[in-house]
Every structure is written in structure tokens, then in C-alpha cells.
Design a protein around this ligand. Structure first.
Ligand code: SAH
Length: 380
């Protein structure tokens, strides 16, 4: 559980049971773990010295072996619409991104799970970068911790001035929709989810944490046993031939299998519905006939479709569907009883919109899905 270039254990990577074991090893009582979490997550402390209700010698022992260390900020960019994007250090030469999206009724933090991505979806900027490594649990949790601190700091700097046009400037929702495929980093993502939900952690309700996957079917079954966060699935096509092209993992796990896994997840976790993301690509997947085919797949199931206007990036061969086409597509779904919404594009002036996160990635995949074999980046 050590992290990065230091031998100190980063406590942001330890869910409560692991933290209890850690403090027990230091000769302390398990309830000290809850006190520590209270300082780290409720009060935002990172220095053990500040944790004044912990015994002095315990603080000294902690300081010798542990730290609370969020990722380091390389750069911050602010969009005209209030969205903020942070470039975060993965190592000396690489970086990943997170984005905060303020809205009237919620503040959504979009976090990354990997440096790059190996899934090779043809319309996604992250895919163009290739894959380098999984983020650690501490790096995943550390994004949320850091964003909370940064937003507090900015609020203080702005004083009473209302900089966000009345929008929510706290993290109320977290979505794993940044760089990477979260289910390909299962072992680090699941403990991070538990810290997000823990009453002594970020205390977020399960409906306010969303994991988005391109469709790693076996890992969806596994997730159903280990977590109960909201599930979003990047569907993007109503048939296998087209989905094979857009989301190459579909060649391994076709649509019918993927949908079975989704309904299983809801059954197991007593979930309300699965959100299906559908990127609107001009002339590719946006016809009324394709909307009707999508409606046939989802009708009668607890599903919501979120239509995402394509966000372009340098070198892409796709174009965004015109708004009337997107609206017609939505209406075809609604008329057939399938819930559908159009995602508002946010932060595109700073390349912070869906699918535009590129960070800095040194590609070390020798085998990419679509070209050669798959599996290099998927951790059991
Ligand atoms: N790997 C996960 C998490 C990424 S979530 C997944 O695939 O679900 C990011 C969402 O934005 C996904 O639905 C993804 O398919 C979508 N997306 C990717 N590139 C996009 C682009 N250029 N424009 C709009 N949406 C895009």
C-alpha cells in the first residue's frame, strides 16, 4: 500500500478496515482509524500535527510511517462556463486529468482511474494516447480529496463573491468518467468506491457515485458482489456490427451479454436503473432507425439513455450530429417509452468535455484491442 516514490503509506489509499489494521499495527485502538478519517475527510487535514485529539506519541508514530498525500497539481484551467480541469502528476513525465462541473443543483467531479486507456474506442481522445498504468487507490481517492480542498480554497479566495453564478461549488457527485476504464483497474477502484461511500469517508450516497464502463462484462458481475454504486455503460450503438467498430471490447462481450450483466447488476444491488451513454456521431449512429433499434433493446428495462453530443479532438474522423438530429433521436426513444436526455456539453473550451481528456501518457501497450490482442491492461 505504499505509494509513488516514497516508502510512507498513503492513508488516502486505505478503506476503513485496512486503516483499522494499520493503526492496530502501530499499537493503537481501531477507533483511532475513525478519528483519523474524520480529520482527513471531514476536516480536510493532511498534517498529523493538526490532528490534536490524537495522542502526541501516536501522531509521531504515524508521521514516521504514513502520510496523507493527494496527487500534485501540474496545471489548472477554468472554462467560461465554470468548469475547472486539473492536470495531475502521475510521475515526472506523465499526467492525468480531473474535471469539476458546477450546476445549479449539484457539483460533479469527474475523476480518472488510469493513466491513458487500452480500450481503443475510436471516438475517444484518451484512447489515442494509449495506456500507461493503473492509478492507485490513493490516487483515485486523492482526486476527490484534492478537489474538495481546492474548491474550498477558491471559495475563500473569492470571498463572499458569487463566482459560479449561483452554481453548486462543492463536490456532491462523483463520476468515474475521466481517463481510463475503471473496471480494468478493479482492484484499486473498488476500495476507492468504498471510501467515497463510507460515512467516515466522503459519505456520498450510492446514487451520487457513478462508475462508467465500456462494457467489461465479467467485471460487471464481480462489481455486483462488491459495490452498489450507480452504473453507467457506454453503449454507443444499437447493433454488434457497429459497436464492434466503435467500442472494440464488444467483439469480446457483445451487446446481449452486456445487457444481461447490467440487469444482473440492478437485481443484485437493488438498483433503480442503468444509464446508457450514447455518443452522437454524425451519420454513424444517429439515424431514426438506429434510435428505434436502441429502443427495442432497452424497452421494458430499467434503463435511461444519455445522449452525448460528440466532442471533437485533433485528428478525429468523426463529427458531432446536428442538434435537431440529436433531438429527433431522443424523441424516437421517448415515444417508445425509453427515458432519454441530452447531455449538456461542458468545458469544451478547455478540452474538458466527455472524451477530450488526454493528459500526458507514455503509451506502453504493445497490444491494443482492435489491432492485436487484448488483456494487457485488464487486471483481474
Ligand atoms: N472508460 C469508461 C469511462 C469513460 S466515461 C467508459 O467508456 O465508460 C467517458 C464517456 O464519454 C464514455 O461514455 C465515453 O464513451 C464518452 N466519450 C468518449 N469520447 C467521447 C467524445 N469524443 N465525445 C463525447 N463522448 C465521448
Amino acid at each position: 500500500m505504499t505509494d509513488g516514490d516514497t516508502a510512507l503509506t498513503n492513508l488516502l489509499g486505505l478503506p476503513r478496515p485496512a486503516l483499522e489494521a494499520f493503526v492496530a499495527q502501530l499499537g493503537s485502538k481501531p477507533f483511532r482509524a475513525r478519528q483519523l478519517m474524520n480529520w482527513m475527510y471531514k476536516r480536510g487535514a493532511s498534517s498529523f500535527e493538526d490532528m490534536t485529539d490524537l495522542a502526541k506519541d501516536f501522531r509521531a508514530r504515524l508521521g514516521a510511517v504514513a502520510q496523507v498525500r493527494p496527487p500534485e497539481i501540474v496545471a489548472t484551467q477554468n472554462s467560461a462556463d465554470g468548469t475547472t480541469k486539473w492536470l495531475l502528476r502521475a510521475d515526472a513525465r506523465q499526467a492525468f486529468e480531473m474535471v469539476f462541473i458546477p450546476e445549479a443543483d449539484r457539483g460533479t467531479l469527474c475523476i480518472s482511474s488510469q493513466v491513458g486507456c487500452a480500450l481503443d474506442c475510436s471516438f475517444c481522445a484518451t484512447a489515442q494516447q494509449g495506456f500507461n498504468r493503473n492509478l492507485s487507490t490513493a490516487e483515485i481517492v486523492g482526486q476527490v480529496w484534492l478537489a474538495c480542498r481546492e474548491l474550498e480554497r477558491l471559495a475563500v479566495a473569492d470571498g463572499a463573491a458569487d463566482s459560479g453564478g449561483g452554481d453548486e461549488r462543492h463536490v456532491t457527485n462523483v463520476v468515474l468518467m475521466g481517463m481510463g476504464e475503471p473496471l480494468a483497474n478493479f482492484r484499486n477502484v473498488v476500495p476507492a468506491l468504498s471510501i467515497l461511500l463510507d460515512d467516515f469517508g466522503f459519505d456520498l450516497s450510492r446514487r451520487r457515485v457513478t462508475l462508467s464502463t465500456s462494457g467489461l462484462v465479467p467485471q460487471i458481475y464481480k462489481l455486483a458482489q462488491e459495490s452498489n454504486v450507480a452504473l453507467a455503460v457506454s453503449l454507443h450503438a444499437p447493433d454488434d456490427a457497429l459497436r464492434n467498430e466503435l467500442v472494440p471490447i464488444n467483439r469480446k462481450h457483445p451487446i446481449a451479454e452486456l445487457l444481461q450483466a447490467c440487469w444482473h447488476y440492478l437485481d443484485e444491488q437493488n438498483g433503480r436503473s442503468v444509464t446508457f451513454e450514447y455518443v452522437m456521431l454524425d451519420g454513424v449512429n444517429d439515424s431514426p432507425a438506429q434510435a428505434r433499434a436502441l429502443a427495442r433493446l432497452l424497452k421494458g428495462h430499467p434503463a435511461k439513455v444519455n445522449l452525448i453530443p460528440f466532442n471533437p479532438f485533433p485528428g478525429t474522423r468523426y463529427r458531432r450530429s446536428p442538434l435537431p438530429v440529436i433531438q429527433r433521436f431522443r424523441d424516437e426513444l421517448l415515444q417508445r417509452g425509453v427515458l432519454a436526455t441530452i447531455r449538456r456539453t461542458r468545458g469544451d473550451d478547455i478540452d474538458a468535455a466527455c472524451g477530450q481528456l488526454a493528459g500526458r501518457v507514455i503509451d506502453r501497450t504493445t497490444a491494443r484491442l482492435g489491432s492485436k490482442t487484448f488483456g494487457v491492461a485488464v487486471q483481474p
